[in-house]
Design a protein around this ligand. Structure first.
Ligand SMILES: [Zn+2]
Length: 121
């Protein structure tokens, strides 16, 4: 599907769910790798804020597929590396801890990744 960029829609339940999912994943990762309790380390906090910002700026908003399938790949290089590492660790664990969110993510991944229409001249 080809679409015009959509304005940020942070109150949509899909966008809220995306943020909740990434927040849980960073949390699991940071606890296990940086021995934090409750609060994230500064590196993971920066990463989470970056991920939230990307979601706010995502041109597809609630119509997005999953970030892994997206044609845009908007993460900058260092952050892209980190999201891979975090997902690899937290992905399987999400199924146990937050099965509802994990299933939604799998389901969302079955959407055809949309593409962006060229801006009208
Ligand atoms: Zn951390």
């Amino acid at each position: 599907m080809c679409m015009q960029p959509r304005p940020p829609n942070p109150t949509h339940k899909r966008m809220k769910r995306e943020k909740q999912t990434i927040a849980y994943m960073v949390d699991l990762y940071c606890k296990a790798h940086h021995s934090t309790h409750g609060e994230l380390c500064s590196e993971c906090r920066e990463f989470k804020e970056y991920a939230f910002l990307r979601l706010d700026k995502c041109p597809f908003q609630e119509k997005k597929s999953t970030c892994g399938k997206c044609v845009i790949q908007c993460y900058r290089p260092g952050m892209k590396q980190k999201v891979k590492v975090v997902m690899r660790y937290a992905g399987p664990r999400m199924l146990l801890r937050h099965p509802g969110l994990a299933l939604h993510h799998v389901w969302d991944g079955h959407r055809e990744p949309p593409t962006l229409a060229k801006k009208p001249a």
